[in-house]
Design a protein around this ligand. Structure first.
Ligand code: MRU
Length: 369
């Protein structure tokens, strides 16, 4: 499992790798995922068959990206639900609750994690008393549905967003919002993949995305695998590349979008949005409806994860700052809606972005395929 396969699509099907999926039945199966910390030099899949290993996989970013975290947590809760046996539905339900509350502590920003676990708990709550194995099967079916719906939403995002990109455009993206961040195909990268599949020749600038380099390691791998021209730049080069006239659109993903459209995404996204505004370049966010948190009126309440300082000072395997200096390592920032030209969802494009337009587009019927 250690050779690195190309990231390109199979003929007539999805991507050739499976970011996160279930293997086996509900009673004995396990969660399999790509260990993304090792890409692009090693392709290794890891199996999880207890809640703690799922928690760690999310925490350490073996699986990452808001929708993929939600899918992993849903399957992780199935593993937890069977941990005390399946003698009756009440036992399964209580074990699921314990697993869900543990998984909720893995990462705070991506709302898809909480959304997926809420769905799993709602299924357990609605189950009739009695049959434990039947509830476990029902929970696995719900986790499968979450993954399948994510695939469909990503394809629809691609369809809705492709028209925003013109042939010959330079497109800048930040972090990784591709197939590795979702069940399949991605969000921001879905827009790019879909435009590319329509025959538009594009050139993508991938911000390397310090400190963990999701752009250089993961986005560049996915784009190159699909034969899309990609150039990796350090994060601090985006202004210069824009000033040189090489960027006609910016497309990024999101971890949580408030009711007014304020969007949390990987640290550095806000800066890119400010730069895009200055240079008159449209700035798009691409995300499924599962990434919206309508309980938050604006982005000021979105919890921002702070990560280990060593990601900044020792991220390249050697110390790059003196021992003992202070480090601040927020993993996300919030881009105000005023800087966002449009939000591409599976239900259509929201733009201009406001509480009213967010509400109107999210009320549209969901994607059919
Ligand atoms: O810390 P990560 O790698 O999980 O951060 C991921 C991002 O910020 C993505 O852009 C976001 O989750 C959207 S993924 C479709």
């Amino acid at each position: 499992m250690t050779s690195v396969p190309p990231a390109g699509p199979r003929e007539g099907a999805g991507q050739p790798f499976r970011t996160v999926h279930w293997v086996g039945d509900a009673a004995g199966g396990r969660l399999r995922m790509i260990d993304q910390t090792l890409l692009p030099t090693e392709f290794v899949e890891i199996d999880c068959d207890d809640v703690e290993s799922v928690w760690w996989a999310i925490k350490r970013l073996s699986v990452r990206g808001a929708p993929a975290i939600g899918v992993a947590a849903a399957y992780g809760s199935v593993i937890g639900a069977r941990s005390r046996g399946t003698a009756d539905a009440a036992t399964v339900r209580e074990a699921l609750r314990t697993a869900a509350s543990r998984l909720r502590t893995s990462r705070p920003t991506a709302v898809n994690l909480f959304w997926a676990l809420d769905r799993m708990e709602a299924v357990a709550d609605a189950a009739p008393p009695g049959d434990g194995p039947a509830l476990l099967d029902r929970l696995l079916a719900e986790a499968d549905a979450i993954a399948e719906e994510d695939r469909a939403m990503c394809r629809a995002i691609g369809r809705h967003g492709a028209g925003l990109i013109a042939a010959g455009d330079g497109v800048l993206t930040h972090c990784n919002a591709g197939g590795l961040a979702t069940a399949d195909y991605g969000t921001a990268l879905a827009v790019i993949f879909s435009a590319h599949e329509q025959g538009k020749k594009l050139h993508v600038f991938a911000d390397e995305t310090r400190p963990l380099l999701q752009g250089a390691r993961l986005t560049a791998w996915e784009l190159a695998g699909r034969g899309i021209d990609v150039t990796v730049i350090c994060d601090n080069m985006a202004a210069q590349v824009m000033k040189e006239g090489r960027v006609q659109a910016v497309v990024v993903g999101a971890d949580r979008i408030a009711a007014n459209g304020d969007s949390a995404n990987k640290i550095g996204t806000y800066g890119v949005a400010v730069l895009a505004k200055h240079h008159g370049i449209p700035f798009y966010v691409a995300a499924p409806s599962s990434t919206f948190d309508l309980s938050m009126p604006d982005g000021s309440g979105i919890p921002i994860e702070e990560r280990d300082p060593r990601e900044v000072t020792e991220g390249f395997g050697r110390r790059t700052a003196p021992e003992g200096v202070g480090v601040y390592n927020p993993a996300f920032d919030v881009t105000p809606a005023a800087l966002i030209t449009g939000i591409v969802t599976e239900r259509g494009v929201i733009g201009p972005v406001s509480t009213e337009t967010v509400r109107a587009v999210l009320a549209a019927p969901p994607a059919s395929s």
